[in-house]
Design a binder for this molecule. Structure first.
Ligand SMILES: Nc1ncnc2c1ncn2[C@@H]1O[C@H](COP(=O)(O)OP(=O)(O)OP(=O)(O)O)[C@@H](O)[C@H]1O
Ligand SMILES: [Mg+2]
Length: 357
């Protein structure tokens, strides 16, 4: 049985360059932000902590990839910094985040439960003893806030006082109002520096796609109009580079399926509907939701409903009013749903809930 084949694609030179996890060798249109991040993190190479950074911006604006990009360069440049990237959908409580940090530092923790303070002290001792500076990235931090589990933000952001100058934190969120949701004692220490990533314009997306296309496709397969249409479409869908790249990928697959040797407009048109479903924030996080959260999302997929209506549709779950509110707040804070006050006759008001666009 022959299991390995030479790829005979007329389209893809390197299909992997279009996967969403792929970190490109350059980040077009984010050169300024990368330079800014590099100069902010530079003190680490001189054995000083960097300022804490809050990065906000809507989905697909390059927050995660720019941060990973700069951490890779930091590691190549200095041995003093220890960058640890954490996605808060995966580690969604302060204790889980801190345990993961200890694990990545290879610090042995006893199997019996160990308190937050105890783990924190071990991490701190390790950093002091080994003369290292920790740079923790807390990506999609909204999920920690939704779980009301934010002590870790307090501890890590007080790098000077609580960590002997041995830690800095980079917090990433797609909620541009995040700062107003933090309590005062966290806000003051966390917000040493703020960056906002703006949505990409069609022109910027075209440049990003052109660079990516050179890595992924044979030169003869690249169709300029097709790329421009991918960029224009993604720019209408919120200036999201994830949508743009997924569209380009799906366009390539369609061209291949069509036995074409070049990307064409018709391949993009076929790709548009397919991609919309895969790239939105809900699809990406659906598996990590609890059963009740999944039920709520499934109901809202059919359109907005009032909170009263939603509550009655969940009556079989016997949720208390308080727990119902808890789940609604949690989904709102996780940036998956939004609510709006609406008037109901005769004089009342209610909340209309819908999926976040
Ligand atoms: N300037 C860029 N150059 C090249 N690729 C980019 C650029 N910006 C974003 N991308 C690509 O777009 C995709 C989405 O980017 P990224 O994950 O960094 O967005 P994000 O801002 O973190 O979004 P979210 O808020 O949804 O997590 C990734 O595959 C990334 O490689
Ligand atoms: Mg991200």
């Amino acid at each position: 049985m022959k299991l390995f084949y030479e790829s005979n694609s007329k389209i893809f030179k390197n299909e992997n360059a279009l996967s969403l996890e792929y970190l490109p060798p350059e980040m077009p249109e984010r050169e300024g932000q990368l330079k800014e991040l590099a100069s902010l993190l530079n003190p680490i190479s001189k054995n000083r902590r960097a300022r804490n950074i809050l990065i906000t911006g809507s989905t697909g604006t390059g927050k995660t990839s720019c941060t990973k990009y700069i951490l890779n360069q930091l590691m190549d440049f200095t041995q003093i910094g220890i960058p640890i990237y954490i996605n808060c959908w995966q580690f969604s409580t302060s204790h889980a985040v801190l345990s993961e940090i200890a694990e990545r530092l290879s610090l042995p923790l006893p199997r019996r439960g160990i308190s937050f303070d105890e783990i924190f002290n071990r991490v701190k001792e390790y950093l002091i003893k080994n003369n290292k500076i920790l740079v923790v990235v807390l990506d999609e931090v909204d999920r920690l806030i939704a779980n009301s589990s934010t002590e870790i933000l307090y501890y890590l952001s007080r790098g000077d006082e609580l960590m002997n100058g041995r830690s800095s934190v980079i917090v990433i969120s797609n909620d541009n109002d995040l700062a107003s949701k933090l309590d005062d004692r966290i806000r003051s220490s966390l917000l040493e520096y703020r960056m906002k990533f703006e949505k990409y314009t069609a022109f910027q997306l075209k440049r990003i796609l052109n660079e990516r296309a050179k890595l992924a496709f044979f030169t003869s397969a690249i169709g300029e109009e097709a790329i421009a249409l991918c960029a224009a479409n993604a720019s209408k869908q919120n200036g999201d580079a994830r949508v743009a790249i997924s569209l380009l990928y799906q366009t390539g697959l369609n061209a291949e399926r069509d036995n074409s040797s070049r990307l064409m407009i018709k391949h993009v048109k076929m790709a548009i509907e397919e991609v919309k479903k895969e790239t939105d924030i809900i699809s990406r996080h659906f598996d990590s939701l609890s059963d009740i959260e999944k039920r709520i999302i499934n109901i809202l997929l059919n359109g907005p409903v009032t909170s009263g209506e939603l509550y009655s549709r969940l009556s079989d779950t016997k949720l208390s009013d308080r727990m119902f509110q808890f789940y609604i707040n949690k989904l709102e804070e996780s940036q998956l749903i939004s609510s709006e006050e609406v008037k109901v006759r005769p004089k009342g008001r209610t909340k209309l809930l819908s999926l976040k666009k």
